[in-house]
Design a protein around this ligand. Structure first.
Ligand code: SF4
Length: 343
């Protein structure tokens, strides 16, 4: 990438081309219809760290159950977590619920700063809500938009693009004096999601191919190899009643799993004499978990649980509470085993 050899057209021209392209190819997404602050905010939180494809079904179910901020604020957080089950990064759901309670009593913020005062809302999310729902000229810079604009200007990936203040300026230039700043921001998100892909960007169909400092750049320049950090491995042993009648569920103990329910387990590998019948692996952003599955007498498990608050989930019963990813994997593992056993 050689930014000095490029003299791209003014940002307004790039914006015009972007909007023409967006009008032709934009996907019809439920949160693009009826752009209220509530709908846009919920969709933006759901889309953090997640793809549009993953969010689609969740958004509609969520809006059906919580059609407005009051219904969300009045619901117990457990109901919110249950609807969020499987979408991951549960802190987003807890923050959404906390923020809904603040909004229900004080009203929706009307500025980027006001939105940023709410739990779980950063500058880019605030910019997206203010532009899309309120028509304000507020810039965004989520990971996709940062990548696209960084490539457009030939800023090296990695720390340089993450820390470049110029990209906020550039994003701001795109929405300044735009007739619909929200649409410009959605177009920026869209080009990052469907054309300027992290790997193998589709430069030949990009509306900016003649202006972009990175057009056609080789993979090793766009995505220089990074040293992978070794993840810490945590090991525990899930205890399953040997009569196969169901599971004891307990609430997650650390902040990551707060409000979610997990299959009763103890930390560390199986003890002496405990023969695991399976193992479940689960990746978190900072560590990997290995969970051995062992059978144990139900009466012994009841004794081990003692005063610990627990729930009994009978075999075949739909869980009424939100389960951790590991718990869902354990239930699926058991189901697949039972199917395999059938003649
Ligand atoms: S030309 Fe290629 S690298 Fe540049 S913005 Fe378009 S897709 Fe991305």
């Amino acid at each position: 990438m050689n930014p000095s050899s490029f003299s791209p057209r003014p940002t307004e021209r790039l914006r015009d081309d972007l909007l023409v392209w967006y009008k032709e190819v934009s996907r019809s997404l439920p949160w693009r219809i009826n752009r209220t602050p509530y709908r846009v905010w919920v969709s933006e939180i759901m889309l953090q760290q997640t793809t549009v494809r993953a969010v689609l079904g969740y958004f509609e179910r969520f809006l059906e159950r919580f059609p407005d901020v009051d219904s969300l604020a009045e619901a117990p957080v457990e109901d919110v977590l249950k609807l969020w089950e499987g979408l991951g990064y549960y802190q987003r759901a807890r923050n959404l619920h906390k923020a809904a309670r603040i909004i229900a009593s004080g009203g929706f913020p009307e500025t980027v700063e006001g939105w940023m005062n709410l739990p779980g809302v950063g500058r880019s999310t605030a910019g997206a809500v203010c532009s899309i729902a309120l028509g304000q000229e507020t810039p965004i810079l989520d990971a996709n938009v940062r990548r696209v604009l960084g490539r457009l200007r030939g800023i090296s990936p990695g720390d340089a693009v993450r820390e470049s203040p110029d990209l906020w300026e550039l994003s701001k230039a795109f929405v300044t004096e735009a007739s619909d700043p929200g649409e410009v921001n959605q177009a920026l998100m869209e080009i990052g999601a469907v054309v300027c892909l992290t790997r193998k960007p589709l430069c030949t169909v990009c509306p900016w191919s003649l202006d972009c400092a990175s057009c056609g750049a080789p993979e090793e320049i766009l995505n220089p190899p990074r040293k992978k950090k070794e993840k810490q491995i945590r090991i525990r042993t899930a205890l399953i009643p040997s009569d196969e009648s169901g599971y004891f569920l307990v609430q997650g103990r650390d902040r990551l799993l707060e409000g979610l329910w997990d299959v009763f387990s103890v930390s560390g590998p199986p003890g002496e004499g405990q023969m695991p019948f399976g193992k479940v692996l689960h990746e978190y952003s900072h560590f990997r978990e290995e969970v051995f599955l062992v059978r144990e007498e139900r009466s012994l498990l009841e004794a081990a649980l003692g005063e610990t608050s627990s729930l009994w989930l009978a075999k075949g019963e739909e869980s009424p509470v939100a389960l951790t990813g590991v718990a869902r994997k354990i239930l699926r593992f058991r189901d697949s085993q039972k199917k395999r056993k059938k003649p």
